[in-house]
Design a protein around this ligand. Structure first.
Ligand code: HEC
Length: 106
């Protein structure tokens, strides 16, 4: 009985840490070059593409899950110009995790 509970706790912790590692890995791989590790966008590409400071409380206040999801999934366009590319090779759950990750920058 006790062992079963321990195994459950262990498996849950493992699953949680795995998904946490995944989302930072995805962020690192797909987003850091423009938004920077901390979301401030203080990178060469970030400055070039004109990213906003994702840690800014005023910007965070405008963030809605659906909007962020769409931005990450479909990218952001300004007329014909692509500001942020649609994500490639990320499934909806991974995108949702990234939405949560971005909201934690505040
Ligand atoms: C090529 C550079 C680039 C990459 C790579 C990139 N972004 Fe962006 N992102 C931008 C720019 C530029 C904007 C600001 C567009 C604007 O003017 O509103 C932006 C805006 C955003 C916003 C704000 C959306 C809103 O509704 O205001 C979020 C959130 C975001 N990016 C998350 C991500 C995540 C997560 C990734 C990785 C999957 C990513 N970005 C990858 C350039 C990039």
């Amino acid at each position: 009985m006790k062992t079963k509970i321990l195994i459950t706790i262990f498996a849950t912790t493992l699953a949680m840490s795995l998904s946490a590692a995944d989302v930072s890995e995805n962020y690192e791989k797909h987003c850091t070059k423009c938004h920077g590790e901390d979301g401030k966008g203080d990178t060469k590409m970030g400055k070039k593409s004109g990213v906003k400071d994702l840690t800014d409380p005023k910007i965070q206040a405008e963030f809605k899950d659906e909007r962020l999801f769409k931005a990450i999934k479909e990218g952001i366009k300004d007329g014909d110009k692509t500001k942020m590319k649609p994500s490639e090779g990320l499934d909806d759950d991974e995108i949702k995790a990234l939405v949560a990750h971005v909201k934690k920058f505040k």
